[in-house]
Write a protein that binds this ligand. Structure first.
Ligand SMILES: Cc1ncc(C[n+]2csc(CCOP(=O)(O)OP(=O)(O)O)c2C)c(N)n1
Ligand SMILES: [Mg+2]
Length: 257
């Protein structure tokens, strides 16, 4: 993840990215430390090792852009500017949590900061994100949507329906896939006859870019290019961050998945 910092020269950008990555890592390390005590009232899914995906993509966004994500949402929520105290309160089941303590780690939301929601149910925020992008297009706004999803979500029917509609209507939406190779315990090789997710996406009629080794600068560059052309009316795009063979990291004994 850090290799890119050594070869690139934009100091201010590097500092912002590094600070965001470090902050998310430290927050999640604390969540992992506290989790076994039962103070946290919901299952949690960490982004440790995958922070660069949310940070690289969100750095390409403006405050009025919006994001939708999966249950593995701490990094996206924080990278988009979600309120940290309200996220922690949510994990603790407190009424002043970002979902009033009713949603827990898997249902993070901060509409004022453009975090439109995360969901337990795999792939369900993808059509929500596409619908939001459709509204932006109909209103002729220059905003964009980012839809974060896992490799497992690409196996859901609604993923393909959503991509088809987004491409058909040329919607301002960037799909950002975190390919950690696993859906729960099952490796991608045991789930997909061909592992070329980008190839499948291109058949829907949108450009793709594959980012190797969680390179935050490469992802940020791709996101900035795609988002920039979307603001000028180009249609949707897809990035895939490929991880060598990351194992899922979960916190504590109660963690599911
Ligand atoms: C519709 C639906 N089917 C099955 C599940 C059970 N389930 C929870 S997580 C998961 C795997 C998702 O994998 P991926 O999208 O790659 O996300 P990752 O956990 O690797 O970030 C599954 C199948 C679910 N939550 N929702
Ligand atoms: Mg996965």
């Amino acid at each position: 993840m850090l290799a890119g910092f050594m070869k690139q020269g934009d100091t201010a950008l590097n500092a912002r990215l590094y600070r965001a990555l470090y902050r998310i890592r430290r927050v999640e390390e604390e969540i992992a430390r506290v989790y076994p005590t039962d103070k946290i009232k919901s299952p949690v899914h960490l982004s440790i090792g995958q922070e660069g995906v949310a940070v690289g993509a969100c750095e390409a966004l403006e405050p009025h852009d919006v994001v939708f994500g999966s249950y593995r949402g701490h990094a996206m929520y924080l990278a988009k500017g979600g309120d940290l105290r309200r996220m922690i309160a949510e994990l603790y089941g407190k009424v002043d949590g970002c979902a009033r303590g009713k949603g827990g780690s898997m249902h993070l939301v901060d509409v004022a900061r453009g975090v439109m929601g995360t969901s337990t149910v795999v792939a369900t925020t993808i059509p929500n994100a596409v619908g939001y992008a459709y509204a932006i297009k109909l209103r002729r706004e220059r905003r964009v949507v980012v839809s974060f999803l896992g490799d497992g979500a690409t196996e859901e029917g609604v993923f393909h329906e959503s991509l088809n509609f987004a491409a058909l209507k040329k919607l301002p939406i960037l799909f950002v896939c975190e390919n950690n190779r696993y859906a729960i315990h099952t490796h991608q090789r045991q789930r997909q006859a061909t592992e070329d997710i980008c190839g499948r996406v291109r058949t829907h009629g949108m450009p793709t870019e594959r980012i190797e080794q969680n390179d935050v600068l490469a992802l940020h560059g791709a996101a900035r290019r795609f988002v920039g052309s979307m603001r000028e009316g180009a249609g949707p795009a897809f990035t895939l961050s490929a991880f060598a063979s990351a194992r899922r990291r979960v916190a504590g004994r109660r963690a599911t998945r």
